[in-house]
Design a binder for this molecule. Structure first.
Ligand SMILES: Nc1ncnc2c1ncn2[C@@H]1O[C@H](COP(=O)(O)OP(=O)(O)OP(=O)(O)O)[C@@H](O)[C@H]1O
Length: 382
């Protein structure tokens, strides 16, 4: 099943208290089509599905509606319209008068700040979810210890959250969420509070645990790398709507909005294609390799595919543009140069090339790139 699809045709008849959702071969899937209006006037209107054993990453700029989506899935925010079902049970469907409250949703949550109880040990934090589900204290504590062992945290079982590192606390939070046997896992920026080195280690760990978790997971993140590494499917939300979705590699290769292009680090242009030339609204043109594509297109270009020089190039590159450097930024082992060519572009050069060309804001440069380095695809609605 496609992790994100139109749900209308999947909706079945609903009873009153968590009836079967009416179809689908994936018994554990999350199917959500929802509209939530906030008092501020903001409306979230999205369809999202996640198959069992898959992770869907939700990315979007500040205020796009990511947290609102997670809160609706968790049962912390009733939807105004639509339906949420999980593992065949309807959790929220206002038209049918169904709303299963958060504490009855078998949903595990891991938040950025972990929300561990500061006065409880790591073990009692993990046992807490089980106790809430009615598991007797001794059994809950024994199970909690097994979960901590799974996460390599047995030696920290007696420690309170204040005496754990960020990475350890994150693992305890994940163990607590999984120990309660959830049918859905919701993760809200789970690695954001960690320093870069810890994040890398915990990300690997998280990936292992997510793939071991049999149910669907929904991960909200600002970090495209986190999404690319952890998710099977990426959903991008802007202003309360899904603007793009697909496998991570596809989203990275063919961004559909300026936000997504910035996220994945590509130059993105919108124009009209005809006979291998894309005409842009600002008057510029791009020569592309695909001469068959016509009509509204998007054209994506990697900054690393752009060559910069101070004299006009006479090589084989089909696109040659003159302009001035407007900005410089050092990104690890390369420098990202902004140039006000028509169209404007970002080019990546090595620090050595930057020094050799003596580039600085205001420098006049030639930018060149091959037609084959431009990925051209139809500009269609998501
Ligand atoms: N309690 C609330 N009452 C009214 N409006 C709210 C409330 N919470 C959020 N909003 C509004 O809903 C919109 C979406 O907010 P939300 O927190 O879901 O976005 P987000 O994508 O999670 O953003 P961020 O990345 O900044 O966390 C914003 O315009 C926000 O101002």
């Amino acid at each position: 099943m496609s992790p994100v699809s139109g749900l209308g045709e999947r909706d079945g008849p609903a009873g009153r208290a968590g009836p079967p959702d009416g179809g689908g071969s994936d018994d554990g899937a999350l199917l959500a089509r929802l509209r939530v209006r906030r008092a501020s006037g903001f409306t979230l209107d999205v369809t999202l599905t996640a198959a069992s054993g898959t992770t869907v990453a939700v990315l979007g700029p500040n205020g796009a509606g990511k947290t609102t989506l997670l809160r609706a899935l968790a049962g912390l925010q009733p939807v105004d319209a639509g339906r949420i079902s999980l593992a065949g049970l309807v959790l929220d469907d206002p038209a049918e008068g169904i709303f299963v409250p958060a504490q009855r949703r078998t949903v595990g949550m891991v938040f950025q700040d972990y929300l561990l109880f500061p006065h409880l040990s790591a073990r009692d934090n993990v046992a807490f979810g089980l106790r809430c589900r009615g598991v007797p204290r001794a059994a809950a504590r024994a199970a909690a210890l097994r979960w901590l062992e799974t996460f390599g945290l047995a030696e920290f079982a007696a420690r309170r959250p204040g005496a754990l590192s960020g990475g350890q606390a994150q693992r305890v939070a994940l163990a607590r969420a999984l120990a309660a046997g959830p049918k859905l896992l919701l993760l809200d920026e789970p690695l954001a509070a960690l320093d870069a080195a810890t994040r890398l280690a915990v990300r690997g760990d998280l990936r292992r645990h997510l793939s071991g978790f049999g149910g669907p997971s929904v991960l909200v993140t600002h970090d495209p790398i986190e999404a690319m590494v952890l998710a099977d499917h990426v959903v991008i939300i802007e202003a309360g709507r899904v603007v793009q979705q697909g496998p991570p590699a596809e989203v990275a290769r063919r961004p559909r909005t300026d936000y997504v292009a910035r996220l994945v680090g590509l130059n993105l242009y919108r124009g009209e294609a005809e006979a291998g030339v894309v005409r842009l609204p600002g008057g510029g043109t791009l020569t592309v390799a695909d001469s068959a594509i016509t009509g509204p297109v998007l054209a994506a270009l990697r900054p690393s595919a752009v060559m910069l020089g101070v004299v006009e190039p006479h090589g084989s590159a089909r696109n040659t543009l003159a302009g001035q450097v407007t900005g410089l930024e050092l990104l690890g082992d390369r420098a990202r140069v902004a140039v006000d060519t028509n169209p404007a572009l970002l080019a990546d050069v090595t620090p050595a090339a930057l020094a050799e060309l003596r580039l600085e804001p205001g420098s006049r440069v030639w930018a060149s790139f091959k037609a084959t380095d431009i990925e051209t695809y139809p500009d269609e609605a998501p």
